[in-house]
Ligand binder design. Structure first.
Ligand SMILES: NC(=O)c1ccc[n+]([C@@H]2O[C@H](COP(=O)([O-])OP(=O)(O)OC[C@H]3O[C@@H](n4cnc5c(N)ncnc54)[C@H](OP(=O)(O)O)[C@@H]3O)[C@@H](O)[C@H]2O)c1
Length: 358
């Protein structure tokens, strides 16, 4: 298809080879090139657009169209949560908002999505009819794990069933990476692995994104007194290839927006494993204050938590997480995150600098 209504001040459009992004380039003209000359994609095909040219005109120019290679709609659940919103932010850099929908259970929390042009589908993992409606016209779903650990497998089953019944072609799920599922101390992880089985049994094309512990949770692990009291945890010399949640969101967006289907299994981890001694050393270097790591006994640590009034179930959860770290369950580095990002993920030092704003 030829360029439509080409003019001197318009950026020239180069039709992309199949599967490649289009390029806009400016012709020399009286008004010169405009920095906002960008290629973008819409359901109908490829466009070059300039939102505002120096003369004050507004136009968007349709250009040669290659058949759309993009999913008509990607639905991200948990869109009002931290990983879901990071994923949508990165999807918006790759696709027009018209291709992106977010599932939200709280309309108020989804206001920012609407403001960015993202379609908001209201629904809950507990409410099958709302999920059925949310899946209409969707061809890829990213299921962000729910937060209700007691009910999450049934909730995820509801999402998978709704996707299958609506004819969705592909589902991705945010699972967890742990070395040996048979010897995990943290039984809360089982819901992730049961969900993986639900998805495999569904007959849908799928990708399981097995995510490492977010680096973002380190401040909760080491506590607010870390710069005065150091780090006291029963994590031994256990190591974790921590990764930033926003980089996981970026990787998910890259995988979802790519043509074709992603791999069945990814392990999203940092590129090196770190112990809590490394965390202490990085915090000391960044803050200029002495921060030491003292490994604790798990029973004494659990007693300390109970002494602070934490319920048994919470104590069990926290000690389970840390025992798995001590036992090396999280100590597995994969190149998947780096490959999906197209660059090295943030190191521990860079990540802590960002998280603590040091
Ligand atoms: N790898 C790790 O270190 C790590 C750490 C923490 C959590 N996780 C897992 O990763 C998931 C995403 O992390 P996150 O940081 O984005 O958590 P988050 O900020 O708490 O987001 C969870 C999202 O799920 C939505 N949700 C929960 N229950 C729902 C339901 N019944 N129906 C519809 N939506 C529901 C929440 O909706 P609202 O916004 O309405 O609450 C929220 O948008 C968590 O759910 C958890 O399973 C992993």
């Amino acid at each position: 298809m030829p360029l439509v209504g080409f003019s001197k001040t318009a950026p020239a459009f180069r039709p992309p080879p199949t599967g490649k992004r289009a390029e806009c380039s400016c012709h020399l003209s009286a008004t010169g090139c405009h920095p906002l000359a960008i290629p973008w994609r819409a359901p109908e095909g490829e466009f070059c657009s300039v939102l505002s040219v120096p003369g004050g005109q507004r136009w968007a120019r349709q250009a040669a169209v290659t058949p759309a290679k993009f999913p008509s709609m990607i639905l991200v659940t948990g869109a009002t949560g931290q990983l879901g919103s990071a994923t949508i932010d990165f999807l918006l850099k790759k696709l027009p908002a018209a291709h992106i929908a977010g599932l939200a259970r709280d309309e108020q929390k989804a206001t920012w999505l609407r403001a960015k042009g993202v379609t908001v589908r209201l629904g809950s993992y507990d409410d099958a009819p709302s999920l059925a409606a949310a899946m209409q016209g969707v061809d890829k779903v990213l299921l962000i794990a729910g937060t209700d650990e007691e009910r999450r497998v049934q909730q995820h089953q509801n999402v998978v069933d709704a996707a299958r019944q609506a004819g969705v072609g592909f589902i991705a799920y945010t699972s967890r990476t742990l070395k040996d599922r048979a010897t995990m101390a943290n039984k809360l992880m089982e819901g992730h692995f049961q969900t993986e089985e639900v998805i495999k049994a569904s007959g849908l094309a799928y990708s399981l994104f097995r995510n490492v512990l977010y680096m973002d949770v380190l401040p909760q692990f080491v506590g607010p007194q870390v710069f005065d009291a150091g780090i006291i945890l029963p994590a031994g010399q256990g190591r974790v290839p921590f990764a930033l949640r926003r980089e996981m969101g970026e990787a998910l967006a890259n995988a979802l927006a790519a043509e074709g289907l992603p791999k069945p299994v990814y392990q999203l981890t940092g590129r090196a494993s770190y112990s809590f001694a490394d965390v202490a050393a990085a915090l000391a270097e960044l803050s200029g204050k002495p921060v030491a790591y003292a490994p604790a006994e798990v029973s004494a640590f659990a007693q300390g938590l109970k002494g602070r009034g934490l319920p048994d179930v919470v104590v069990e959860r926290i000690t389970g997480f840390i025992t798995d770290i001590k036992n090396g369950q999280e100590d597995e580095v994969s190149p998947d995150l780096e490959r999906l990002l197209g660059r090295q993920p943030a190191s521990l030092h860079a990540g802590l600098k960002e998280l603590y704003q040091l």
